[in-house]
Design a protein around this ligand. Structure first.
Ligand code: NOJ
Length: 556
């Protein structure tokens, strides 16, 4: 089984994490000093947001040199030292690969715009009119009015799916295809464990289509995977494709020729819906609508990340509902999403936050945590764009939340300092010292999940109960069965489950280790406290629900 199938991932924004040289910006030195932290938490793999030289108009997703490290973050040597130290601790590291576009400051674009005959001209997508590819939607709706921008130097329009300062690369050009394969090989040769590949649906444009998920795009992604398979087995490719289930499935190809993993965008907003509606239906329905994926592949599941909580994969009605419920202030909305962190979204309610994580961890997929959400950090909706989700990590209640020794005015963004979520109250040191904290609860969830390989499998059945506020999931793999029960409501709930197919088994609570009453022929009754969850491993006392080889009967 590939290591990524049952791994816990952690998203790191380097600038926000730890400042090693006191200039107000997080860097590789600071991050290296914090490696013990990840081990303590129990995560397996870090995902680094773009670390490359960049004018930083989109926090590094506007790359101006694919082969370097942003000077704010240190040098290539600092990166290598960080990677070696991470590997020495058994931690893996993947990084963002921004394939679709560059910064307009990239030398390729500068050369392209300056001279029609430059070999770099054809690295980008130019047009004399802004009327081509009209069926392609605009992604950054709050800022952009067109996917074409006029370049006065070039005397033509250029194509961009994101900000106008991020011209799209022209993947119809074989030279661009080759360049990006070289970039990939460069970082994998340095030992990186793979990539989170940014914005994959948009690599090619074709008239008469919405310019997403095109066959040409899949064909190029398969070239990348071929390179990885041939030269870097054990490294992974994780797709950022914010798409509906039927468009997402092809990114896994036949299991070994495209992505190893893809973010589970359709599930994420539905966890928030289920929690607010106290109803398991949104989760059950989307999970049942997901096509199965190849055995070697895995979903990457998440609650929040460094972007707005995207509402692209919901219906218009659901979007309006989510906005009403979760973004009552206009400032909380951005593009088609919500710029808030996990803890404020869930009313700072410790029980709801922990339950959201329990749901994420119980469902199929390898979960990813967003830095700061493990302690319930807050946000600052008054900052620009998505900056309010990218404020300094809150390590302690000291100067600059322990993030940096620089004067507060020198920090890249101010620390969160409000009553409820500010660093004086919400910080790693305080939570580490308190065994009842969110941080400890999450650490326990990670440990329990990792001790049960069953969670890395794909088997997932929703067990009918008489109570829609309960989400009851069965996970089974190689002789193990776990029932994970979650109370989505703020009231105690009684539930009664038909577990007669496991008659004779005895459920054991994976957190308290308590053994519950043996399962009989009658419905199994339990009570769950408000927003509580229980994960029960079925321990057999008789073997009539097992096959002769000791595995659970397939029909169960
Ligand atoms: C997705 C990234 O997550 C986001 O932060 C970025 O702005 C766009 N891709 C463009 O690269």
């Amino acid at each position: 089984m590939g290591w990524y199938k049952n791994a816990v991932f952690y998203e790191v924004y380097i600038r926000a994490f730890a400042d090693g040289n006191g200039d107000g910006h997080g860097d590789f030195r600071g991050l290296t000093e914090k490696l013990d932290y990840f081990q303590e938490l129990g995560v397996d793999c870090l995902w680094l947001l773009p670390m490359y030289p960049s004018p930083l108009r989109d926090d590094g997703y506007d790359v101006s040199d694919f082969y370097g490290i942003h000077p704010d973050y240190g040098t290539l040597e600092d990166f290598k030292a960080f990677l070696a130290a991470a590997h020495a601790r058994g931690l893996r590291v993947i990084a963002d690969l921004v394939l679709n576009h560059t910064s307009d400051q990239h030398p390729w674009f500068q050369a392209a715009r300056a001279d029609r005959h430059s070999p770099f001209r054809d690295y980008y997508v130019w047009s004399d009119t802004d009327q081509r590819y009209r069926q392609a939607r605009i992604i950054f709706l709050d800022t952009e009015t067109s996917n074409w921008a006029w370049d006065p130097v070039a005397g033509q329009y250029y194509w961009h799916r994101f900000y106008a300062f991020q011209p799209d690369l022209n993947f119809d050009n074989p030279a661009v295809q080759a360049e990006m394969l070289n970039v990939i090989a460069f970082w994998l040769d340095l030992g990186l464990d793979g990539f989170r590949v940014d914005a994959v649906p948009y690599l090619f444009e074709r008239e008469g289509t919405n310019c997403e998920n095109l066959p040409e795009t899949h064909a190029y992604l398969k070239r990348i995977r071929r390179l990885v398979n041939e030269r870097y087995p054990d490294r992974i490719l994780l797709a950022e494709a914010n798409q509906w289930p039927h468009d997402l499935r092809p990114y896994f190809g036949n299991g070994d020729d495209e992505f190893h993993m893809a973010f589970h965008f359709p599930l994420m907003p539905r966890i928030f819906m289920a929690l607010r509606q106290a109803d398991h239906q949104p989760i059950v329905r989307i999970m049942q609508a997901m096509p199965p994926i190849p055995e070697a592949c895995q979903w990457c599941t998440f609650l929040r990340n460094h972007d707005e909580l995207t509402l692209e994969m919901v219906t218009e009605e659901e979007r309006q509902w989510m906005w009403r419920e979760y973004a009552p202030e206009p400032r909380m909305r951005l593009n088609l999403g919500i710029r808030r962190r996990l803890a404020p979204l869930l009313d700072g309610d410790r029980r709801k936050i922990e339950l959201a994580y329990a749901l994420l961890f119980a469902l199929p997929g390898s979960p990813i945590l967003c830095y700061g959400d493990e302690i319930g950090m807050g946000d600052n909706i008054w900052l620009d764009d998505r900056d309010g989700l990218r404020t300094p990590m809150q390590w302690n209640d000291g100067l600059n939340a322990g993030f940096s020794s620089a004067p507060a005015e020198a920090l890249y963004l101010p620390v969160i300092d409000d009553e409820r979520f500010g660093y004086r109250r919400v910080n790693v040191a305080a939570q580490r010292a308190d065994p009842g904290s969110l941080w400890h609860a999450l650490r326990r969830l990670i440990a329990v999940r990792k001790a049960q390989p069953v969670f890395g499998g794909s088997c997932c059945e929703f067990i009918e109960s008489d109570n829609p506020t309960i989400l009851a999931v069965r996970r089974t793999d190689s002789g193990e069965t776990i029932l994970a029960l979650h109370n989505l409501s703020g009231l105690p709930q009684r539930l009664s489950l038909d577990l007669s197919r496991w008659q004779g088994a005895r459920p054991r609570d994976l957190f308290s280790q308590e053994a519950l009453a043996q399962i009989g022929a009658m419905p199994y009754a339990l009570t769950l406290q408000p927003y509580a969850y229980r994960w029960l491993r079925l321990e057999q006392t008789t073997d009539d629900w097992l096959e002769a080889d000791g595995h659970p009967r397939r029909d169960l």
